[in-house]
Design a protein around this ligand. Structure first.
Ligand SMILES: Nc1ncnc2c1ncn2[C@@H]1O[C@H](COP(=O)(O)OP(=O)(O)OP(=O)(O)O)[C@@H](O)[C@H]1O
Length: 287
């Protein structure tokens, strides 16, 4: 837990007024445009410049700009329907964008060929609110599914046929989430919290560079949700994975995020380090 928070940052409770965006640009922690590169690779895993997205005639957001530094955990917050999931889908190249650019792991997503997108997806993982496990398959087989982006063919994800190395990796991933003892259980015999742990193991087995977590504990009761959040962030931090997560809990955003991005009224209204914010600074974003 973060010990103290400085609440000197202006409040966002006035987001519905015409006041300028709270801190956008002022406390930006992402790498600046001219940031040096190390080993020929950019030191950010995701960047968006002038990102604009509409569905039909409805503009969801426009001119969104940010950079996510490698290894940081970024909370994406905003009221229902402000476009958080849409932004995550744009980052992953799952839906076309209408303006600007998104760079994912050094690749312009809009310009990527299908083979490049496959490669990118094998380096990214998704943990969603609904865990989407295959109910009739074992826990181990479900975790092996996480290798699908890297290996083709059913042999790599069937518990019976997967190579020993893949099964060992799946067991190791299950061990990390405390569920190795349930490897042989059918997924539909798990509790909600256990299912989400399996989903996390499935995302981690591929050793992703970037993990997107869309409300990872929204379907769980508060105590299971706390356990999942704490375990998930311990794991991703120990493995140095860059994470973008959405949450409707202000405390989760501030506790688990290094940085908070806030969407409101079709704009990125907030980009600030978590330890510069107090809960009251975020309340306006959730209204
Ligand atoms: N495929 C789509 N076609 C048309 N409209 C869409 C589509 N996907 C999302 N929308 C609309 O875009 C807006 C943003 O949706 P999105 O799911 O990104 O919001 P959100 O901030 O993630 O919401 P929540 O917090 O409730 O999950 C909503 O008005 C939604 O109805």
């Amino acid at each position: 837990m973060r010990a103290t928070r400085n609440s000197t940052t202006s409040s966002v409770s006035d987001l519905r007024t015409d006041t300028p965006p709270l801190t956008l640009g002022a406390v930006q922690t992402g790498a600046p445009a001219s940031a040096p590169v190390s080993h020929g690779l950019p030191d950010h895993d995701v960047s968006a410049e002038g990102l604009t997205k509409s569905f039909g005639k409805t503009q969801i957001f426009s001119d969104v700009n940010f950079r996510l530094v490698r290894g940081e955990a970024v909370a994406l917050v905003g009221a229902n329907g402000t476009g958080k999931s849409t932004l995550l889908r744009c980052i992953l190249g799952l839906i076309p964008i209408d303006g600007g650019t998104v760079e994912l792991l050094g690749q312009d997503v809009s310009a990527a060929k299908a083979s490049q997108m496959r490669q990118l997806r094998s380096k990214t993982g998704l943990v969603a609110q609904k865990h989407n496990l295959v109910p009739r398959l074992t826990v181990l087989s479900n975790v092996l599914h996480g290798l699908l982006g890297q290996q083709s063919g059913p042999r790599y994800w069937s518990q019976s046929f997967a190579p020993q190395a893949a099964r060992d990796a799946a067991l190791a991933a299950l061990d990390k989430v405390g569920l190795a003892h349930l490897a042989g259980r059918r997924a539909d015999r798990l509790s909600g919290g256990q299912s989400q742990r399996v989903a996390i193991a499935r995302a981690l087995i591929a050793q992703p560079k970037l993990l997107i977590a869309d409300e990872p504990c929204a379907s769980l009761d508060p105590s299971a949700g706390e356990e999942i959040m704490s375990m998930f962030f311990d794991l991703v931090r120990s493995e140095g994975v860059t994470v973008v997560f959405t949450s409707h809990h202000i405390e989760h955003a501030l506790t688990y995020g290094d940085r908070v991005l806030g969407l409101a009224e079709g704009k990125l209204k907030l980009d600030a380090t978590a330890n510069s914010l107090a809960p009251s600074d975020l309340r306006g974003l959730y209204d």
